[in-house]
Write a protein that binds this ligand. Structure first.
Ligand code: PLP
Length: 462
C-alpha cells in the first residue's frame, strides 16, 4: 500500500508511512512524516505543534527531504530512460521563493519562469541564467528586455511576441535564444482552467500557424530557434496524452528543418498529478518519466530524426507533496441535520485552490493523531465568502478549539496564489529537515499590509 496517511477502513487518521512509498507524488504526507510519543505529527524531525507555537499559524511546513527526493527521482529517471541529453526544469510558478529555487538548483534542475517577478526571484537565489526558460503569453517589453539583458532562453508564445523580439534584438544587434510554444491539439482529462494543450487555448501557436512562425524566425537575423515546446495541462493521471505529444512535437521538429531551422530541444512541459486524497491515483515519477522518454524515442525513430535534448517542466508534482499547512481550529457552527462547520484561522487567502478549482484536500488533527475519524465536518476558512471552504465533508475526529488541523499536499499553487483578501497577512513558511526548522518566508505583519498604501496629504485627518 502506497498510502502515507489515509482514513483506512478502521477510520484511523494516520497510517504510518510505508517504507516502500517510492514516489513522493503518490504519498499523501511528506516522506519524513512520523508520530511522536505525544501523538503529534512530526515532519522533518520537527513536532508540528511546537512549530506552530514558535512560528504561529497558519504555517506552511516544507519538508526538504521530500523536495530533494522528488528532484532526484525526476533527474535520475530521465537519465535512466532517455538515450539523449535531458534536463528537468522546475515550473517555479507552483511555488516561487528563493529558498525553494536554491534547493532545486542545488539538485541540478533548471527553471521555468513566467514573469519578471519569477525571473528576478530565481536570479536572486543564485540560479545561472543559462538554466532559466522564460514563458508567458503576454510578456511585457520590460520583461523581455530583462530576459535579454540576462541572456535567458525565451519561450515565444505568439506572433505579437515574435515581432516584438525581432525588434528588440534588432535594436541590440544581439542574438536571442528562443523556443517556440506550440498548441498540439491534445485533450486531457483535467479541470477546464488547467487544460492548455487543446485547440481552444490562449497559449501557443496553433498547428495552422506554426509554419508561418518558422518562416518568420528563419528570416529574423537575431532570433535563434533552439527548440520547440508544448504543455498540455496539469494534475494529469493518464499517460496517453504525453505519448501523443512526443509524436506531435517530433513531427514539427522534423518540419522545422524545411525552414532551415535546427532546434536541438524538445520540451514536453509538465502536468504529472499528485495524490491530494485517497482517491487520487497518479503514476509514479519514474513511470511518468519512463513513458515520456520512451515515447519520445519511439516518435523520433518513426520520424527518422536524431534524439533531441529532452526538457520537461514539472511544477505541481515537484513541490506539491512536500508541504503541509497547519491551522488552528476556532469556532464551530452546527446546522442541525445539514452539516457542522469548523473554522480555521486561514482559508482562501493562503489556499485559493478549493474556491477556484473545487479542489479536494485531506487533513489530520496533528495534536491527536490516533483519535479515530468519527465525524463528517466541513472545514471552513475565515474569509467573508460562503465559498471559503477548505474541505467539504472531511472525515476527522471532532475538531476542538485550539486543535492544530493540518491540510496535506499544499506545496503547489497555494503560497504562489495566496492573496491578502480581507487584509489577512500571508502566512510564514518554514523549511524542516533533520529536526531543524528554518524560516524561508516571513509572516506578513499589519505593517506589511499597509506598506504599499498611499494616503494623499489632503485626506489626512488632523
Ligand atoms: C504550469 C506549467 C507547467 C507546470 O505544470 P504542472 O502541472 O504544475 O506540472 C509547465 N509548463 C508550463 C508552460 C506551464 O504553464
Amino acid at each position: 500500500m502506497l498510502t502515507a496517511a489515509s482514513t483506512d477502513n478502521t477510520g484511523r487518521q494516520y497510517l504510518p508511512q510505508s517504507p516502500d512509498v517510492l514516489s513522493p507524488n503518490q504519498a499523501l504526507m511528506p516522506l519524513s512524516s512520523t508520530v511522536n510519543g505525544q501523538d503529534h505529527l512530526v515532519v522533518g524531525g520537527c513536532d508540528v505543534i511546537e512549530l506552530v507555537k514558535q512560528y504561529g499559524s497558519p504555517l506552511y511546513i516544507l519538508d526538504e527531504q521530500t523536495l530533494r527526493t522528488t528532484c532526484r527521482q525526476y533527474r535520475d529517471s530521465f537519465q535512466k530512460y532517455y538515450g539523449g541529453e535531458s534536463l528537468v526544469i522546475y515550473a517555479s510558478k507552483a511555488w516561487s521563493c528563493m529558498a525553494i529555487c536554491a534547493i532545486v538548483d542545488s539538485e541540478g534542475l533548471g527553471f521555468d519562469v513566467v514573469s519578471g517577478g519569477e525571473l528576478y526571484t530565481t536570479l536572486k537565489a543564485g540560479v545561472s541564467p543559462q538554466k532559466i526558460y522564460f514563458h508567458g503569453n503576454n510578456k511585457s517589453r520590460e520583461e523581455l528586455n530583462f530576459a535579454l539583458d540576462e541572456g535567458v532562453t525565451i519561450i515565444v508564445d505568439n506572433f505579437f511576441e515574435l515581432e516584438l523580439l525581432k525588434g528588440l534584438t534588432g535594436d541590440r544587434q544581439t542574438t536571442a535564444k528562443i523556443i517556440l510554444r506550440l498548441t498540439p491539439g491534445i485533450e486531457c482529462h483535467t479541470h477546464e482552467y488547467i487544460r492548455t494543450g487543446h485547440l481552444d487555448s490562449k497559449f501557443g501557436f496553433d498547428p495552422n500557424q506554426i509554419e508561418a512562425a518558422f518562416e518568420l524566425v528563419s528570416q529574423a537575423e537575431f532570433l535563434n530557434c533552439i527548440g520547440l515546446h508544448a504543455h498540455i495541462g496539469s494534475q494529469i493521471f493518464e499517460q496517453q496524452p504525453h505519448k501523443d505529444l512526443g509524436d506531435v512535437l517530433a513531427g514539427w521538429y522534423k518540419k522545422a528543418a524545411d525552414y532551415g531551422l535546427n532546434p536541438e530541444i524538445l520540451n514536453l512541459g509538465g502536468g504529472l498529478g499528485i495524490r491530494y486524497t485517497e482517491s487520487d491515483d497518479p503514476p509514479s515519477i519514474e513511470a511518468w518519466s519512463q513513458n515520456v522518454a520512451q515515447s519520445l524515442e519511439a516518435a523520433c525513430r518513426s520520424h527518422g530524426i536524431p534524439l533531441p535534448k529532452l526538457i520537461v517542466e514539472p511544477g505541481r508534482s515537484l513541490v506539491g507533496s512536500a508541504c503541509v499547512t497547519a491551522y488552528t481550529v476556532g469556532s464551530r457552527k452546527v446546522v442541525p441535520e445539514i452539516r457542522t462547520y469548523v473554522s480555521v484561522d486561514g482559508g482562501m487567502s493562503d489556499n485559493p485552490r478549493p474556491i477556484t478549482y473545487q479542489s479536494l484536500y485531506r487533513a489530520v488533527i496533528a495534536n491527536r493523531l490516533s483519535a479515530p475519524c468519527e465525524e463528517t465536518i466541513t472545514v471552513a476558512g475565515k474569509h467573508c465568502e460562503s465559498g471559503d471552504v477548505v474541505i467539504k465533508d472531511a472525515q476527522l475526529p471532532m475538531p476542538q478549539p485550539g486543535d492544530i488541523l493540518v491540510v496535506l499536499a499544499t506545496g503547489a499553487y497555494n503560497y504562489s496564489m495566496a492573496s491578502n483578501y480581507n487584509r489577512i497577512g500571508r502566512p510564514a513558511a518554514v523549511l524542516v529537515n533533520d529536526g531543524e526548522a528554518q524560516l524561508i518566508i516571513r509572516r506578513e505583519t499589519l505593517e506589511d499590509l499597509v506598506r504599499q498604501d498611499c494616503l494623499p496629504e489632503r485626506l489626512r485627518q488632523g
